[in-house]
Design a protein around this ligand. Structure first.
Ligand SMILES: Nc1ncnc2c1ncn2[C@@H]1O[C@H](COP(=O)(O)OP(=O)(O)O)[C@@H](O)[C@H]1O
Ligand SMILES: [Mg+2]
Length: 236
């Protein structure tokens, strides 16, 4: 049984469906990348996964537990974590306050030590406002916030999108380190080739439908698909 199973997810914001019958799984220890052109429905799919779409049908299961009818907060409590595409930290709050909020109250000492051990730079910066962090440090705080509740699956929406090119590699390293922490990854990325290169499996969305799904290596080897959906090598 996969750790995370999305089954037949269909839904959207208004009368028109944006994503159609999406079936996708993540096994324990895996990194799975969702690729696809702008507007393909990647972020919408993630909203459906978290119960944030106004209208959705289909099933979401995490470690066998059916989350489909649960509100977002309960899905997070069950072990899903999210690093959103934008606004993933509170800029006016300190690093420590950001971690308190992520914990849903005062963060436990053991949880604080666990995330500071993962992201040591935050220890020195913990009294500093998140808005004063560098881009790379800020992204580490976003990851740390998602790690506070020791999730089973981390969901990342374009984690490198807002970063200076020099920081992209560092963020991919953070992603790659997650399975060793017992956290599987479901990631949407525009830098699809780079993301697939460090993924176990991948899925390509087009106009809200899965057009290809399989081992990341096989996706990268499919020249027709990569040319059509993964852009040129300039995304590297
Ligand atoms: N909040 C929203 N309300 C209505 N339509 C939306 C909303 N967000 C996205 N859409 C539409 O859903 C489609 C897919 O968008 P999105 O999921 O953001 O794509 P991607 O993340 O792949 O770039 C687009 O046509 C977009 O205009
Ligand atoms: Mg998006």
């Amino acid at each position: 049984m996969p750790l995370l199973q999305i089954e037949g997810l269909t839904g959207g914001y208004g009368a028109v469906d944006i994503v159609h019958d999406i079936t996708l799984s993540v096994e324990a220890g895996e990194i799975v990348t969702i690729a696809g052109t702008n507007g393909a429905g990647k972020s919408t799919l993630l909203r459906g996964l978290f119960g944030l779409l106004p209208r959705a049908t289909g099933r979401v299961r995490l470690a066998g537990q059916d989350l489909s009818a649960l509100p977002t907060e309960d899905r997070i409590a069950a072990g899903l974590a999210c690093v959103p595409q934008v606004a993933n930290v509170f800029a006016h709050m300190s690093v420590l306050e950001n971690l308190h909020v992520a914990a849903g109250g005062r963060i436990k000492g053991t949880d604080l030590e666990r995330v500071l051990a993962l992201f040591p730079v935050l220890r020195d910066r913990r009294a500093q406002s998140a808005g004063s962090l560098s881009g790379g440090e800020r992204q580490q705080l976003a990851f740390a916030r998602a790690m506070v509740r020791a999730p089973q699956v981390m969901v990342l929406d374009e984690p490198t999108a807002a970063l200076a090119p020099s920081l992209v590699g560092r963020v991919f390293e953070l992603v790659q380190a997650l399975p060793a922490q017992g956290v599987a990854v479901l990631m949407v990325e525009q830098r699809a080739r780079q993301a697939l290169a460090l993924s176990d499996r991948g899925c390509i969305l087009d106009q809200g439908r899965v057009v290809m799904q399989g081992r990341a290596q096989d996706l990268l080897r499919d020249e027709g698909m990569t040319r059509l959906y993964l852009g040129s090598d300039s995304t590297l």
